[in-house]
Design a protein around this ligand. Structure first.
Ligand SMILES: NC(=O)c1ccc[n+]([C@@H]2O[C@H](COP(=O)([O-])OP(=O)(O)OC[C@H]3O[C@@H](n4cnc5c(N)ncnc54)[C@H](OP(=O)(O)O)[C@@H]3O)[C@@H](O)[C@H]2O)c1
Length: 340
């Protein structure tokens, strides 16, 4: 690069995690890296906005290995993240899953694993690559000995991580793994509806209807848009080989809701919603119930059986993430509470 700085290539540049990585380095008075973002649509408005801030935006598609070879040329460091959820909403993927006789969850999981293999294969051949940061999650099926079989969005990434470690030991010497916790941003969306208290419009107080064991299961939380960049920068500053869970706080949905109520200065009451989360979609419900069981037994990150997991305070460089309550205080909740 003409700046003379080493080049950081960021996948998912227009998305939440990758966007956070770029926003973090753009916010520094002097970024240690020249920045390149990868997107399927370099002319989109998000890509153009990043280009206007000095990011070199290039075309690349996880389904097209040749495009990744080109996108990674000259990289000193790569941040890799793939997208399980948007293909789930794509009707053509549902048709393909039906034609393959697979559940949509498993089908998209296998698709995401293949995308990650394409990504891993490409940097294995990059001359001069010093660091690879791979956004992953644990292979819950394998680690639980087949007890939890429906957490496809975790296993898809964990399987690819294992592929990289076994297939490319030299690349894996330069690799650190990043586990994203539950996004606090989920509190705004449909998944958040499971955790988010509802506003009683006549009394102004909050109620959360939630069942055990979900209500009291400790879950790790962070803001994906706000924290990913700082955490990835920290990983790039320490020796590779780390597996970082990027946690702000470990909180049960019940405690999370209490903090939400404190931030909004509202009263809250809890109602037992037994028989538990039931979306009417058996696949999703099984996945959610497996996820709760997994978190109770193994921890979200599998840290009860994987002793390689580190938290930000044990990384060896200062990481200053704010509190969950602060994040709640900074958001605008009126519209989402009124629309429930
Ligand atoms: N929600 C949670 O609580 C949570 C927790 C932990 C982990 N996660 C994981 O986070 C991942 C999603 O990350 P995110 O939130 O950053 O996603 P996001 O905001 O939805 O963005 C997706 C990004 O991926 C890019 N992308 C998608 N398909 C692509 C392809 N075929 N080729 C190239 N680029 C592609 C998109 O770029 P363009 O459209 O510009 O090409 C976009 O930048 C999921 O896999 C999920 O499992 C989520």
């Amino acid at each position: 690069m003409s700046s003379g700085k080493p080049l950081l290539v960021v996948l998912g540049a227009t998305g939440t995690q990758g966007g956070s990585v770029l926003a973090h380095f753009l916010s520094l008075s002097s970024s240690p890296y020249a920045l390149r973002g990868v997107t399927r649509s370099p002319t989109s408005s998000k890509a153009a906005a990043l280009a206007a801030r000095g990011v070199e935006m290039v075309a690349g598609d996880f389904d097209d290995p040749t495009s990744l070879d080109t996108a990674f040329k000259g990289a000193s460091a790569i941040y890799s993240v793939t997208d399980y959820w948007n293909p789930m909403a794509d009707p053509s993927q549902h048709q393909k899953a039906a034609a393959a006789g697979q559940s949509i969850g498993l089908f998209i999981g296998e698709y995401e694993t293949q995308q990650n293999k394409n990504i891993i294969d490409a940097p294995a051949g990059v001359d001069g690559l010093e660091r690879f940061v791979f956004s992953s999650l644990p292979d819950t099926n394998k680690l639980s000995g087949g007890k939890y079989t429906h957490i496809f969005q975790f296993d898809s990434k964990g399987k690819a991580e294992e592929y990289g470690r076994v297939t490319y030991p030299k690349l894996w010497e330069k690799t650190s793994v990043f586990y994203a916790p539950f996004y606090l941003e989920n509190y705004f969306g449909p998944l958040g509806a499971l955790f988010r208290p509802k506003l009683n419009k006549s009394t102004g107080s909050l109620t959360l209807a939630i069942a055990e064991p979900l209500a009291s299961t400790p879950l790790p939380w962070f803001t994906a848009a706000g924290d990913t960049g700082e955490l990835v920068h920290a990983l790039l500053q320490v020796a590779p080989g780390k597996k970082l869970i990027g946690i702000r706080e470990l909180l049960s949905p019940r405690r999370l809701a209490e903090l939400f109520a404190e931030a909004l200065k509202k009263d809250i009451e809890f109602v037992d919603s037994n028989p538990g989360p039931n979306s009417g979609n058996p696949g999703l419900s099984k996945g959610l119930l497996d996820l709760v069981g997994w978190c109770v037994e193994f921890g979200y990150d599998g840290a009860k059986v994987d002793k390689n997991i580190v938290t930000p305070e044990n990384l060896g460089v200062p990481v200053a993430l704010g509190s969950v309550k602060e994040w709640f205080e900074r958001q605008e909740w009126e519209q989402v509470l009124q629309s429930d």
